[in-house]
Design a protein around this ligand. Structure first.
Ligand code: MF3
Ligand code: CO
Length: 251
């Protein structure tokens, strides 16, 4: 069953999303060589709590942190840890705010100090792929239209589009139907409908797409050791087009 949200529910999720967006902007300011991802994790948790929200990832399916912090070749679900970040690292911080039961989910790759030109390009193209695919989040379109838009942007660069993790519906719980793959064919897949709220969250690798799982049972990393970056927004599909609930330019 794909849940559809009322205008009021979408407004409440938008409030949660604005908080998430503000926090990502704050992370961009404090992230530098020497800070640890555990420090960023407490910063995010405290910011959420001070604003009347809860870290929805903490306790979710046994996950123990407010954030996922995935460094360099880690694709997603990296554990925050007590190890200083180094100049040139790229770190994806991913978290979900729960504001009075309304959730919003966004991941953002942050550069640490000065990063390589190829890392910058990878970030730029991945962000572009996310924003182009968001334009497909229209009532009446198909889920395949979203993945196709991502593939079209990424193809010229020969980057790997991670296939083992997908975007998802989001509502009272973090992961709901439908599944939103980051590859696909136009005109294929289920129809998108007004009132659906989904995440789009392409994870793109500098090298090949396959991932392997760490022994902790959570963290995925690239098989070839190449860099992986990710940008994720929560998006509401409305009769007036997509609304990016976690847009940083709006806050
Ligand atoms: N925010 C993640 C996503 O984009 C969900 C992480 S699940 C957790 O799907 F358990 F790791 F928190
Ligand atoms: Co997320």
């Amino acid at each position: 069953m794909i849940e559809r949200k009322s205008e009021r529910e979408i407004e409440q999720m938008h409030e949660a999303g604005k908080l998430v967006a503000r926090i990502h902007k704050e992370i961009a300011k404090i992230i530098k060589p020497g800070i640890t991802t555990l420090e960023i994790d407490s910063f995010v948790e405290n910011y959420l709590l001070k604003n009347g929200a809860k870290p929805a990832q903490k306790g979710y399916q046994g996950y123990e942190f407010a954030t996922c912090a995935s460094i360099n070749d880690e694709i997603c679900h990296g554990f925050p840890r007590n190890e200083p970040l180094k100049n040139g690292d790229v770190v994806t911080i991913d978290f979900v705010a729960d504001l009075n039961g309304a959730l919003a989910d966004s991941a953002w790759t942050h550069p640490v100090g000065e990063i390589s030109e190829e890392a910058k390009k990878l970030c730029e193209v991945t962000k572009e792929a996310l924003y182009q695919s968001i334009k497909e989040a229209l009532d009446g379109n198909r889920i395949g239209d979203i993945g196709a838009a991502i593939e079209e942007i990424v193809a010229p660069y020969n980057y790997g589009i991670v296939r083992d993790f997908a975007g998802h519906g989001i509502g009272p719980t973090i992961h709901e139907e439908p599944n939103i793959p980051h590859f696909g064919s136009r005109g294929k897949g289920k129809r998108l409908k007004e009132g659906m709220v989904i995440t789009i969250e392409p994870m793109i690798n500098l090298g090949f797409w396959p991932s392997k799982m760490d022994n902790n049972g959570w963290t995925a990393r690239t098989v070839d050791g190449s860099l992986s970056v990710q940008y994720e927004h929560t998006i509401a599909i409305t009769k007036n087009g997509p609304i990016i609930l976690t847009e940083q330019d709006d806050v």
